[in-house]
Design a protein around this ligand. Structure first.
Ligand code: UDX
Length: 457
């Protein structure tokens, strides 16, 4: 078994470290945050992620994983050092590589034996060449050091499963030595390995993420057209999905993609292309569609209601998707300020993400409106004038259509995740608007029809 150090204990680093330990490697995770390190040592995961905490505790108890701020002792005799620090988006769309540079320099100054440095963070094509040069420039001891690319494809909420049971492991190396070492590290995973050169590996990550983002934006574009021509996006997606070449995943229309990867990686690749004098038109289109899609429901509701001022607005779901407490690029972050600026009195529910959201939008008056956080969806819905669904949490899906009718002052629902059958909402007497499907409007509702009937006779 090999001695592996991991730099950075965010999603990428921590999950990788824990999974390496789980398959038997000796792992040491490095982070600059001492509180975080102590937390992890005590078996607490700093991120909300299924199975992670349990595997952290199990492997810590077995002595296969430890956490430290002391990078020197962690790096000096490691066989491989995985870099999993962030590459946040800069205002111009490019990736900020300063965290990677810091770690690269620390590695150069501390390693005392031959070592493979493996970049897991998503970096612009060609970065790993520069990281290798940078390490060589600052190298203190006379050792062999090479840089390899090993992008990860984990999704938040299923990160451990995605890592242990990945569709493929992509490794990008420039020498047999590096390739063999990475093959050894991944051998216990028993997964298909795609071995390519470094630049291709870097590109595979962007090309894969951007393709998925494109798929979602394409479905959203088609969904918007479906509404105009009277087609149903879910039926359309179902019909498409039988074609193996299209596949059945990532065809869900809604209020756009969020999270830490798709928005950042689409903009980064578009930036990389621009830097090379090339316009990446398809990815640019995906970004544009996603931008408009996020506030689609707000725009629809603004047309339907004279004002939000003084209205009780129920918001169900704040995170960018279920199964995570992450708010990055969530549609809620675009819509809630708009609602507040227009005087809404918001009652927001999210089973996991409300605490984080409250740090950005504290309870109480805000702009021309106000925001409160509630622990049960029913509290948000009680007496509400309108409801927005931003995240398809199980707890939200479990709300019966009748509950909207019974609890709300006016049962008017804007669903950004198409979680209900239009027919069910119509039958329950709820005015219901979603994405790429017909709406259940007041004229359809049974109660309204009964009213008309009563007036006729
Ligand atoms: C994604 C990729 O799936 C993963 O491979 C990569 O490594 C990182 O980026 P993640 O951002 O965690 O993972 O979440 P994912 O489940 O892919 O969803 C991203 C966004 O797309 C969410 O906002 C989700 O709601 C949205 N989405 C997803 C859709 O709108 N429609 C779909 O059909 C699928």
């Amino acid at each position: 078994m090999l001695k592996i150090a991991v730099a950075g204990t965010g999603y990428v680093g921590l999950v990788a470290g824990v999974c390496f330990a789980e398959v038997g490697h000796q792992v040491i995770c490095v982070d600059i945050d001492e509180n975080k390190v102590n937390l992890m040592k005590s078996g607490v995961s700093p991120i909300y992620e299924a199975d992670l905490e349990q595997l952290m505790q199990k492997n810590y108890a077995a002595g296969r994983i430890d956490y430290t701020t002391d990078y020197e002792s962690a790096y000096k005799d490691a066989d491989a050092i995985f870099i999993g620090v962030g590459t946040p988006e800069q205002p111009d769309g490019s990736a900020n590589l300063s965290y990677i540079a810091t770690v690269a320099r620390q590695i150069a100054e501390t390693i005392e034996k031959d070592c493979l440095v493996v970049v897991k963070s998503t970096v612009p094509v060609g970065t790993n060449d520069k990281v290798e040069q940078f390490i060589h420039d600052f190298l203190v001891h006379d050792v062999r050091v090479e840089v390899a690319s090993n992008p990860e494809f984990l999704a938040q909420g299923s990160a451990v499963r995605d890592t242990l049971h990945a569709d493929r492991i992509v490794i990008g190396t420039e020498s047999k030595w590096a390739e063999e070492l990475l093959r050894d590290i991944y051998k216990p995973f028993m997964l298909p390995i795609v071995s390519v050169n470094r630049r291709s590996a870097e590109m595979i990550k962007y090309a894969s993420n951007d393709f998925l983002a494109l798929k979602i934006s394409y479905m959203n574009d088609i969904a918007n057209l479906c509404e105009l021509v009277g087609a149903d996006i879910q039926d359309v997606a179902k019909g498409m999905s039988f074609d193996d070449r299209i596949g059945s995943k990532f065809l869900n229309a809604g209020i756009g993609y969020g999270g830490s990867c798709f928005p950042k990686d689409t903009k980064a690749l578009e930036y990389i292309a621009r830097e090379h004098g090339y316009e990446l038109r398809t990815v640019k289109a995906a970004i544009d569609v996603n931008h408009d899609q996020k506030t689609l429901l707000y725009k629809k509701a603004s047309k339907r209601l004279i004002t939000f001022s003084g209205l009780k607005v129920a918001v169900l779901g704040l995170t960018f998707k279920p199964g995570t407490d992450d708010l990055r690029e969530a549609a809620s972050l675009e819509n809630i300020p708009l609602l507040l600026d227009h005087g809404a009195e918001i009652y927001a529910y999210d089973p996991v993400g409300a605490g984080h959201f409250a740090r950005r939008f504290p309870e109480g008056p805000n702009s021309h409106g106000s925001i409160q956080y509630v622990s049960h969806p029913e509290e948000a819905l009680a007496d509400a004038n309108v409801c927005f669904i931003f995240t398809e949490w199980g707890e939200v899906k479990a709300i019966a259509p009748e509950a909207y009718k019974n609890l709300m002052r006016t049962p008017l629902v804007y669903d950004g995740r198409n979680i209900y059958a239009v027919e069910d909402m119509r039958a329950a007497g709820v005015e219901y608007h979603s994405v790429g499907r017909e709406s259940a409007v007041r004229g359809d509702l049974k109660e309204h029809k009964d009213e008309l009937q009563a007036n006729r006779y």
